[in-house]
Design a protein. Structure first.
Length: 116
């Protein structure tokens, strides 16, 4: 099982980034997918989640209206489009695959830094 995040980097406030998480080693389209983040000195928090079919999405209040989660079950990839980024969005972003709340897989994370 492998989840590989990419797309992080340094961006100015108000800018945008698109994170990708490529999955392999499991039946991707059976799993709900989510993005979490962890800022320095803080716990890991849920940012956005998407159901296995893509029909249902959920967002943290901090992400609503600015971030969009999506998935491509053919490419076995989940995305997080982040717009209007703020310094408080600075964190390591992780993707997670979940099946029936029993099986959970995590990626290694990608750093997002929002700074002028």
């Amino acid at each position: 099982v492998q989840l590989v995040e990419s797309g992080g980097g340094l961006v100015q406030p108000g800018g945008s980034l698109r994170l990708s998480c490529a999955a392999s080693g499991f039946t991707f389209n059976n799993y709900d997918m989510s993005w979490y983040r962890q800022a320095p000195g803080k716990g890991r928090e849920l940012v956005a989640a998407i159901s296995s079919t893509g029909a249902t999405t959920n967002y943290a209040d901090s992400a609503k209206g600015r971030f969009t989660i999506s998935r491509d079950n053919v490419k076995k990839t989940v995305y997080l489009q982040m717009n209007s980024l703020k310094p408080e969005d600075t964190a390591v972003y992780y993707c997670k695959a979940t099946l029936y709340a029993l099986y959970n897989y995590w990626g290694q994370g990608t750093q997002v830094t929002v700074s002028s």
